[in-house]
Design a protein. Structure first.
Length: 262
């Protein structure tokens, strides 16, 4: 298929899973995802499998698999830039799920601030405003963690109450604090992710696009990530990528891309 990427915004997914993630489909292998990316004309494909607490993620085995992914990449010399990273997560205000052994192997790091469906991740707040404030606490925790490159899927974690959907949380958010966090993220070179849930489900999450507008208007960088756990969702990302580029008038200068020496 022809690539929807443009000369100003290369086709990338810097948030992509393989079957190393427990929630990914078995056929979502490294080689299969890269084959799809080559076919669709990707510039960069970044893999970011989940790193959970030690009782869930076998840290030595996970780190070894990432080493094997890097070796496979280096031997294959694919015509698409492939990066091996990881998706870490905020556990609560000021607390991260960490693992030095895996961090040493990762070429870049995505951080999920809102994996609220996991039992070890704090989900606080009775009102929508309290939940939104907690989300910002988690943004700040991610930005301050020295390993973070990208904040993943803002406002689209699995919420605990139906009335706390992304649009409602965004409406309840302190926008002045958002601007403070953008300034902090710029200082620490942390990007905010544009992710499918915001774009593909406007009735539930479309107003979160205003966050991306603010982020760009204030000079922050954005990252583009499919969060694909299946080959079909990676293909859908390819097909709809141009819509996102056009909506936010994206250029390379506005996008976070890993340095070429990674």
């Amino acid at each position: 298929m022809s690539s929807p990427s443009t000369t100003t915004a290369p086709l990338v997914s810097l948030h992509t899973h393989t079957d190393l993630s427990l929630c990914a489909k078995p056929n979502m292998t490294l080689d299969a995802a890269v084959a799809l990316a080559v076919e669709d004309g990707y510039h960069t494909l970044g893999f970011t499998d989940h790193i959970h607490i030690a009782e869930v993620t076998d840290r030595p085995a996970h780190a070894q698999q990432l080493r094997e992914y890097r070796s496979r990449r280096d031997e294959a010399n694919w015509p698409v830039r492939v990066l091996i990273g990881g998706e870490f997560e905020v556990q609560g205000k000021g607390s991260m799920v960490e693992c030095d052994e895996i961090l040493e192997v990762c070429e870049f790091v995505v951080v999920a601030p809102n994996h609220y469906h996991l039992r070890w991740v704090d989900s606080v707040g009775d009102t929508c405003a309290e939940t939104a404030a907690h989300e910002l606490d988690c943004f700040e925790t991610a930005i301050n963690w020295p390993h973070t490159d990208i904040i993943a899927h803002p406002y689209v974690g699995k919420i605990q109450k139906p009335e706390h959907e992304p649009n409602a949380m965004w409406d309840a958010t302190d926008k002045n604090r958002i601007r403070d966090l953008i300034a902090l993220a710029k200082e620490r070179d942390v990007a905010m992710e544009i992710q499918p849930a915001v774009w593909f489900h406007p009735d539930r999450a479309g107003r979160v696009a205003e966050l991306i507008d603010m982020w760009l208007d204030d000079g922050g960088l954005v990252s583009l990530g499919s969060d694909a756990h299946t080959l079909s969702t990676l293909r859908t990302w390819t097909e709809r990528y141009g819509e996102i580029v056009e909506r936010f008038d994206l250029t390379t200068e506005k996008m976070w891309l890993p340095p070429l020496d990674r």
